[in-house]
Design a binder for this molecule. Structure first.
Ligand SMILES: [Zn+2]
Ligand SMILES: [Zn+2]
Length: 396
């Protein structure tokens, strides 16, 4: 089959690789009909995430048709149409029982790597380094889905792929970020970062009863999308003093909740050994962590700071004193996907939201190497890329 394969920093290729096979009884093989590039994939491209190996298949946002099912999997049948969540969960452990799916104890075969860093491992992830299991990803024509009787969500016929693909990550991720804000009717929610997750968080904040949504970014097309599609009030942090503006917009009190959706994987993924290298590289030490600092600083007393962006390591100069003195609640973590996918599919079916509004580029798998660069460089007004791994795609 064809797949998007990582070969090193800034070296992503489309190659022929062996087809995946059933390994465990609960596995399924999915023929992928649509897949996407995520903002967090860029940190693999840029080489910031450790424990990647040459030959790793990328991608964690995908959907398709079940073509083979393991003997112990009684949930799926050949021919089922499914969206696959980016986290892998066993469905049977202490954490899965508590619906803390992204903290599953049994799905990361390389748990020892994560334990060294975090004390305990989180769940396995598709296409996201060996520290999270080394699972082959979904920017490919086929993928093996482990514990496929737990994660994949069946999709009824008649709904186009584009409408449901983002149930694999960014829609639940943006939604959980908003839910973590414990929104009361009329609350003011400020969201840093208007990439795909930020856009989903904006929509979700409205769905959950926000009274005002204020979106902060500097990329014109992202701000435009937040305003036009998301109906958010927008601030460009390059033009305005964000704290002062937020304070004056909220009668001197500050937003009730602040969401950091900038996506700081690149900064946060710094292992001990990586910190020096990253600091030397110099382009991570300023802007990106400033969003989290600003969110803590700007949040009203007793408010919530919600962090959907992925952190992996150690952060400098986070104003913990401000968080303590103002009595803030901070919530974060990888999305507990299986808790959200079905209810959010219901919302899509009821017509409350159509997540496909973020798509700016529709490409084929062969276009992946260029698409990664276009997305990374925010060129061509690129906000979200989807790809069809089989056959030619229409050009955007
Ligand atoms: Zn993603
Ligand atoms: Zn589990």
């Amino acid at each position: 089959m064809k797949a998007v394969v990582w070969h090193g920093t800034n070296d992503v290729r489309v190659e022929k690789v062996p087809d995946p096979k059933i390994i465990n009884g609960r596995d399924a093989i999915v023929r992928i009909t649509m897949t996407a590039i995520c903002g967090s994939d860029l940190h693999l491209l840029d080489g910031y995430i450790p424990t990647m190996q040459t030959g790793d298949i990328l991608g964690h946002e995908f959907m398709g048709e079940v073509v083979e099912v393991g003997p112990e999997n009684s949930k799926l049948k050949v021919g089922d149409r499914v969206v696959v969540p980016f986290t892998i969960a066993c469905g049977r452990c202490f954490f899965c029982d508590k619906q803390l799916w992204s903290l599953c104890d049994n799905s990361n075969p390389n748990a020892w790597m994560a334990e060294k860093l975090y004390g305990y491992t989180t769940s396995g992830l598709f296409g996201y380094s060996h520290m999270t299991g080394g699972y082959a990803g979904g920017q490919a024509q086929y993928a093996r889905v482990p514990f496929a009787d737990v994660g994949p969500l069946k999709i009824p016929d008649g709904i186009p792929d584009e409408k449901v693909l983002f149930l694999s990550d960014i829609f639940p991720t943006g939604y959980m970020a908003a839910e973590n804000c414990d929104i009361q009717p009329g609350d003011v929610i400020a969201i840093w970062g208007c990439g795909p997750v930020g856009q989903m968080a904006i929509k979700s904040a409205w769905l959950l009863g926000a009274g005002r949504v204020i979106a902060i970014d500097s990329v014109p097309e992202r701000l435009r999308m937040a305003a036009d599609q998301g109906k958010a009030e927008v601030l460009n942090f390059e033009d305005e003093d964000v704290f002062e503006r937020l304070r004056s917009m909220t009668g001197g009190r500050g937003p009730d909740a602040c969401i950091d959706a900038v996506g700081m994987e690149a900064h946060g993924a710094t292992l001990d050994a990586y910190i020096d290298k990253v600091k030397a590289a110099a382009f991570l030490a300023t802007d990106r962590p400033s969003a989290l600092r600003q969110a803590i600083h700007a949040c009203r007393k007793g408010g919530v700071v919600s962090v959907p962006g992925v952190y992996g390591g150690f952060l400098d100069k986070i104003p913990f004193g401000a968080a303590f003195q103002k009595g803030l609640t901070m919530k974060m973590g990888q999305t507990h996907m299986m808790k959200y996918m079905k209810p959010l599919l219901d919302r899509i079916q009821r017509g409350e939201i159509d997540p496909s509004f973020v798509i700016t580029h529709r490409l084929s798998l062969e276009d992946a190497p260029n698409a990664y660069k276009t997305f990374r460089d925010k060129k061509d007004q690129c906000i979200k890329v989807v790809m069809k791994p089989h056959g030619r795609a229409t050009v955007h």
